[in-house]
Design a binder for this molecule. Structure first.
Ligand SMILES: [Zn+2]
Ligand SMILES: [Zn+2]
Length: 280
């Protein structure tokens, strides 16, 4: 169980480990390209070398890439759909060059499309991304808060998506659990009893073997509100008792946790609290 935060890679990916060290991280996450759009900056041999040297210097072995926000694998617009597939393929290859363990992505919104069709479309997109891919970086579906018709907001829906992916590709797909998103999607995480239940249900529906990473965020928005608003730990509606229960859950001891909380000062406080609370 390692703790880290989402880190800025402004000025080049080789700066990410330096920033992660400043934030007292034990693992970290970053964008390898602008989350808003545009071509990915080149990963030259020189940059990769610097990146790896900085990781070694600060002792980082675990780091992850978050896909850009404009990804939509449920879009009826072919330009967006195939554009998303090609960006995710690129990010997996870039992650492999850097040695990242995981690439997590939001799936996008089905908008006017019927849900069963959208599930098939997302699954087919993931199949296209992973067919022929043999890199090191694993592909993770991130659970969403489910605003509008954003896909992947329930364990059942993620399971249906997985079931629609062919076996060879499905083996390469894992899940990233985000506490704020899950809470907004109706999964109560406020105490030991509810946390135990949520991961029982996860295990029964998807299987805990698929759980690879957790985004640790409190939620400004209420249970089942389908609103994605992160808060610092203890500063939202989940509360510290819920996070204590998560850290203490025996099934999660080998999982790493990434904070995506709003401010830099608050993030430092969050990570200090996590380190203090681990193992209790
Ligand atoms: Zn995310
Ligand atoms: Zn979020």
């Amino acid at each position: 169980m390692l703790f880290g935060t989402h880190i800025s890679a402004a000025g080049g990916v080789d700066k990410a480990p330096i920033n992660a060290h400043k934030f007292l991280c034990e693992c970290y996450q970053f964008f390898s390209r602008s989350p808003q759009g545009g071509k990915a900056p080149e990963l030259s041999a020189e940059i990769i070398k610097k990146f790896k040297a900085n990781n070694k210097k600060f002792g980082f072995k675990d780091f992850y890439i978050h896909a850009p926000y404009y990804i939509n694998l449920a879009s009826l617009d072919n330009k967006i759909y195939y554009g998303s597939i090609s960006v995710l393929k690129e990010e997996l290859e870039r992650g492999s060059l850097l040695g990242a363990q995981y690439l997590m992505t939001h799936l996008g919104s089905a908008k006017e499309m019927e849900t069963t069709l959208a599930i098939k479309k997302v699954a087919l997109g993931i199949e296209k991304i992973l067919t022929g891919y043999n890199g090191k970086t694993e592909f993770l579906i991130e659970i969403s808060a489910g605003a509008g018709k954003i896909m992947g907001d329930s364990f059942e829906e993620i399971k249906l998506i997985l079931d629609n992916i062919n076996l060879a590709a499905r083996k390469k797909v894992g899940v990233c659990f985000d506490t704020a998103h899950a809470f907004a999607s109706g999964y109560d995480l406020r105490d030991k009893k509810t946390v135990t239940k949520v991961f029982d249900v996860f295990d029964k529906t998807i299987g805990l073997k698929k759980l690879k990473l957790i985004h640790l965020n409190d939620s400004k928005a209420g249970l089942g509100s389908h609103t994605d608003r992160h808060a610092h730990l203890g500063d939202g509606q989940i509360g510290l008792a819920g996070f204590k229960a998560l850290l203490a859950d025996k099934r999660l001891q080998k999982i790493n946790f990434i904070l995506e909380t709003p401010t830099e000062a608050g993030m430092l406080k969050d990570i200090e609290w996590l380190k203090k609370t681990r193992g209790i």
